[in-house]
Design a protein. Structure first.
Length: 668
């Protein structure tokens, strides 16, 4: 019955699309739609892309990234609606993101247009990516609608795009150097350096590097139901190094290209869960990642454009657990991954309002490990996308069809079967009235996520007969904006429904060391997301921006004959939201942010022992800009979790209480 209800809902959504199309069958408005970037006051950078977008878009860029008390990408994403961040605590804690309750493996993360991958477990630790070299962080529900994007950009239920900084220069100089340092509670020492160099009018280069070192120690309160105590979080230290180098080029406005090298190396402690009055854990984790990627765009006249992308990456991780002794000594697992990637996109403008694109991607992943009876898997992926985009002033419609082929081989045992699937999507944005300030948007998207190497081949656990997790999404929303001289308002709201079938779950076998991966779960999600932005200017020197977000999500386990049928899935709050206030007067900035996460459950069964209380944090920061030796110097002070609330994002992994951070940045 649920299957039929799903298709009835999709057909109803299609009917809404048809009705919307009929509504716009009016005389064409001669006033061009106003883009958010164009109507914001000049002293503000736009946080959202044009409200003409068919898919809901949230973005933070430029100076606002510096004002939100954020150290890495994961911290910035907390301010978006519809996101649950899994944070295991502290500066070095692993951080993954879950969008609209679909699971972190359903979110594609793109670094300068090319996806960051992890074939081992499908998750990307966003704590690795610093904001020091970041220009813009964007979240697209459904998919991005740019016509020169790769086929991989269509292959996820939701996408996060990270855009790094490009070289900038003053008229009189061909170089720009920025040096910064942060220190804070938890013994943080975080120096950074970036150098921009203009080789000539067509070619420029940028190098960015930083180190993060922290002992990770912080106080937290613990209760076992009998007594309360204050303890110190131990083995949460981290030391990491990041280096990025890029070269940017252009030629006669017809050719643009970029080559980037990225290196990351870290060692950290894994503090573990606080259970059974145990506060110390000895486990350690080492990560090392390198990749080089490039893209090239060429325009053949005004109609035909191609874009080529390529990447080679290597990742190494080592996990040491002195508490587990094997026949070869202490448990010391090492994993190596390699990735080759190539993409070619063609875009052709048939009419000024009609564009077609065809994208082909090839990706090769391989993995090795020092585990007993490891399968040594290799995966070849071939993706093709045909997309069509109709774009008028009052109406935008994009349809696409993704073809995915997966071909696997293993050195030992039996590989998973070859896989071929076709995934459609449809997105629209329409102006139903004469005024361009109000627009309706919506989309339908069918997509899946492949089982990871761990799901398929992990010793004693993997199951090579696993099917992919399939998802269907429908979304309907609106965007309204109003420019009133010195004040700008924007309101967006979306309702959505998501079905996930063949959800991959781990089921215990004969003992706790022998689990089995099975396709058992089904999840249905109903949600509402609302974002309100107000920015303005008072007088000649005072500017402000206020951003309010709210999310309602009912994500239910509807697995047939399941023990938790009809109950909220783990770690998904029904209510969550955030408030950000940013003000500046001349050279002084003052910022405040509030984040709220409602009640949740840590397990599939919604019983009192699994209940997690709501939590919220207040953060404030201020920074001042001045001239020092004729160059700009920025001084910032932050106070996070002002009320010293004791909370945990993940049960038994306590988060830090009140903490401070001091920032210095000097440019010359």
């Amino acid at each position: 019955m649920r299957k039929y209800l799903k298709y009835i809902t999709i057909l109803s959504f299609s009917g809404l699309l048809l009705c919307s199309t009929l509504l716009v069958g009016q005389e064409r408005d001669t006033i061009s739609p106003i883009e958010l970037q164009e109507v914001l006051l000049s002293h503000h950078k736009n946080d959202y892309e044009s409200h003409n977008s068919p898919s809901p878009v949230q973005a933070i860029s430029g100076e606002k990234l510096e004002k939100l008390n954020t150290l890495n990408v994961a911290d910035a994403l907390r301010y978006f609606s519809g996101i649950q961040l899994k944070d295991y605590g502290g500066v070095g804690g692993i951080k993954t993101v879950n969008v609209r309750s679909m699971g972190s493996q359903h979110t594609g993360i793109f670094y300068d247009g090319i996806q960051l991958g992890n074939a081992q477990n499908g998750q990307v630790d966003l704590g690795k990516f610093s904001l020091e070299n970041m220009e813009k962080v964007s979240l697209y529900q459904g998919q991005r609608t740019a016509m020169l994007q790769s086929a991989k950009s269509y292959a996820s239920a939701n996408t996060i795009y990270l855009k790094t900084k490009t070289p900038e220069f003053s008229v009189a100089k061909n170089y720009k150097i920025s040096a910064g340092i942060r220190t804070s509670s938890f013994g943080l020492f975080n120096p950074s350096l970036s150098i921009n160099y203009k080789i000539n009018d067509a070619i420029s280069a940028r190098v960015s590097t930083e180190m993060v070192k922290a002992d990770g120690k912080y106080k937290f309160q613990y209760s076992n139901g009998v007594y309360d105590t204050t303890a110190t979080r131990n083995n949460a230290d981290i030391i990491s190094y990041r280096l990025e180098a890029s070269v940017h080029g252009k030629h006669k406005n017809r050719d643009t290209w970029k080559v980037k090298y990225y290196h990351y190396d870290s060692e950290r402690g894994l503090p573990g869960a606080i259970v059974a009055n145990r506060f110390n854990r000895p486990q350690r984790l080492w990560d090392r990642g390198d990749f080089i990627q490039a893209d090239y765009k060429h325009e053949f006249g005004d109609k035909y454009t191609i874009k080529i992308r390529g990447k080679y990456g290597e990742n190494f991780s080592r996990y040491l657990d002195p508490e587990i002794v094997t026949t070869k000594g202490l448990l010391d697992n090492k994993y190596d991954q390699q990735e080759y990637y190539l993409s070619l996109v063609h875009s052709y403008k048939i009419k000024p309002y009609w564009t077609l694109s065809f994208a082909t991607d090839f990706q090769h992943n391989a993995m090795q490990a020092n585990l007993y009876r490891f399968a040594y898997p290799k995966r070849n992926s071939l993706l093709n996308v045909l997309a069509s985009n109709l774009d008028f002033d009052w109406f935008n419609l994009q349809v696409s069809l993704l073809s995915t082929g997966i071909y696997e081989s293993v050195k030992y045992y039996e590989a998973a079967d070859d896989f071929q699937e076709y995934s459609p999507s449809l997105l629209f944005n329409v102006q139903p009235f004469a005024s361009p300030n109000f627009r309706i948007r919506g989309f339908y998207k069918n997509i899946f996520r492949m089982p990871t190497f761990n799901d398929l081949y992990y010793t004693f656990v993997g199951n090579t007969f696993l099917a992919p997790e399939y998802s269907d999404q429908i979304n309907l929303g609106f965007s309204w904006q109003k420019d009133q001289g010195n004040t700008f308002f924007n309101i967006t709201s979306d309702i959505y429904k998501i079905w996930i079938t063949d959800k991959i779950v781990a089921v215990p076998g004969t003992n706790l060391f022998r689990w089995t991966m099975l396709n058992l779960g089904e999840v249905e999600t109903n949600g509402v997301e609302t974002n309100i932005t107000n920015s303005g200017k008072i007088g000649t020197s005072f500017n402000y921006t206020a951003i309010l977000t709210y999310t309602f999500q009912e994500s239910l386990d509807v697995t047939p004959r399941g023990n938790s049928y009809g109950q909220q899935i783990p770690y998904i709050p029904k209510h969550s939201g955030s408030l950000s206030l940013m003000t500046n007067y001349k050279n002084l900035n003052l910022n405040y942010s509030f984040i709220y996460t409602g009640e949740r459950y840590s397990q599939k069964t919604n019983i009192p022992s699994n209940y997690l209380q709501p939590w919220y944090t207040h953060d404030i920061s201020t920074n001042y800009s001045l001239r020092f030796l004729k160059n700009p110097l920025k001084v910032g002070v932050e106070l996070n979790n002002v009320l010293d609330q004791q909370y945990a994002v993940i049960k038994n992994f306590p988060m830090p209480g009140r903490s401070f951070r001091v920032n210095l940045n000097y440019e010359f």
